[in-house]
Write a protein that binds this ligand. Structure first.
Ligand SMILES: Nc1ncnc2c1ncn2[C@@H]1O[C@H](COP(=O)(O)OP(=O)(O)OP(=O)(O)O)[C@@H](O)[C@H]1O
Ligand SMILES: [Mg+2]
Length: 276
C-alpha cells in the first residue's frame, strides 16, 4: 500500500544516504530516494528483491512505496543528498521504504552482533537461504542483516510453536543485486557472503541449502512477473524493456544456482569448512 511520509526522524549512515521517516501508517521506514547517489536502479533492485525473498520465505522487512510531497519536503530541508560539496534537494514523488520491524524508540535494532550473540539468533539458518538468493541474483554487495529481540514465533514459520524470546535476523540492503546499477548477473564466487564465517559453520554440502535451492530451481515466472508489474514507472524511467530482459535471464539461470554455490565452495578460502 503506497504511503505518505509524515515525520522526518534522521539521516542514516550508508552509501545510499537513506533517511529514517515515519509514514502515515505509524511505522518507521528507512527510505532510499530516487536521487540517491548510488543509482535510481537500486530502488528497482530493492523492490524486486523484497518480492523474491518473500517467495523464498527468507525473512526480510516489508517494502513499501513512500510518497514525499512537495509540502513535506519544504518542511524538511534535511531531506537532501550530498554529492561531494554539493547538497541536492530530494524531488517530490515515490521513493523506496524498508519498514523497521519494531518501534525503534522501544526496541533496540542492531546492524551487527558479536559472535557469542550471533550464535543465539533463532533463525541463523536463514543466512544459508540468503546465500542461495544472493548467488541467484548476483548480489555484488556483502550480505547485510538487522537484528532485534522478539517473540520468535512472530518472525519464523519454522518456530511457530515456540514461546521463546530471542534475537531474530531480517535480511536487508538489496541495492546491489543484479550487480547494482549495471544489471549484470555474472559475478565472482565470493560476493554475497556474510562477514562472520560462523553463519556457514553448519554447511556440509548442497543439501544444507535446502529448502531454498529447491525453491529457486523450481521458481515459477509468476513472482518475478508480479514484482515487475508493480515497479513504479518513475523508478524504471525508460528502462522497462531492459529490466524485463534482466528478469528473463534471472529466470533462465535458476538451474545454475547449485553450481554457483559449488563455485563458492571451491573458491580460494572455502567459506564452508565442514563441506568435505
Ligand atoms: N528495515 C530496516 N529495519 C531496520 N534498519 C534498517 C532497515 N533498513 C535499513 N536499515 C538501517 O539503515 C542502514 C542503511 O540501509 P542500507 O544498508 O539498506 O543502505 P545503504 O545506504 O546501502 O548502506 P551501505 O552503505 O551499508 O550499503 C542499515 O545499515 C540499517 O542500519
Ligand atoms: Mg548497507
Amino acid at each position: 500500500m503506497p504511503l505518505e511520509a509524515r515525520t522526518w526522524v534522521r539521516k542514516m549512515r550508508g552509501g545510499s544516504q537513506a533517511h529514517l521517516l515515519v509514514a502515515e501508517d505509524g511505522h518507521h521506514y528507512v527510505v532510499k530516494c530516487r536521487q540517491n547517489p548510488q543509482h535510481r536502479r537500486i530502488l528497482v533492485n530493492e523492490w524486486v528483491s523484497s518480492a523474491l525473498l518473500e517467495y523464498l520465505e527468507i525473512p526480510t522487512p516489508r517494502a513499501e512505496m513512500i510518497h514525499l510531497s512537495e509540502e513535506f519536503l519544504r518542511e524538511h530541508p534535511e531531506l537532501s543528498i550530498q554529492f561531494g560539496q554539493r547538497l541536492e534537494p530530494v524531488a517530490p514523488g515515490w521513493h523506496f521504504g524498508s519498514r523497521l520491524p519494531v518501534d525503534p524508540n522501544r526496541v533496540a535494532l542492531y546492524d551487527y552482533l558479536p559472535d557469542a550473540l550471533l550464535r543465539q539468533v533463532a533463525n541463523l539458518g536463514d543466512f544459508l537461504g540468503a546465500l542461495v538468493f544472493d548467488k541467484w541474483v548476483n548480489n555484488t554487495d556483502s550480505r547485510q542483516s538487522v537484528f532485534f529481540r522478539a517473540q520468535v514465533r512472530e518472525w519464523s514459520e519454522a518456530a511457530r510453536h515456540s514461546r521463546r524470546q530471542a534475537f531474530v535476523s531480517l535480511m536487508i540492503d538489496h541495492g546491489y543485486v543484479f550487480g547494482g546499477p549495471y544489471w549484470q548477473l555474472d559475478g565472482s564466487p565470493l560476493t554475497g557472503l556474510y562477514f562472520r564465517p560462523l553463519v556457514y559453520e553448519t554447511v556440509t554440502g548442497l543439501a544444507s541449502f535446502e529448502p531454498w535451492l529447491e525453491r529457486v530451481v523450481h521458481c515459477p515466472m509468476e513472482p518475478l512477473d508480479k514484482a515487475f508489474r508493480r515497479v513504479p514507472e518513475s523508478w524504471l524511467d525508460g528502462d522497462r524493456d531492459e529490466f524485463e530482459r534482466v528478469l528473463e535471464r534471472l529466470w533462465k539461470r535458476r538451474p545454475r544456482v547449485p553450481g554457483l554455490i559449488e563455485e563458492t565452495r571451491n573458491a580460494r578460502g572455502n567459506p564452508f569448512p565442514q563441506w568435505r
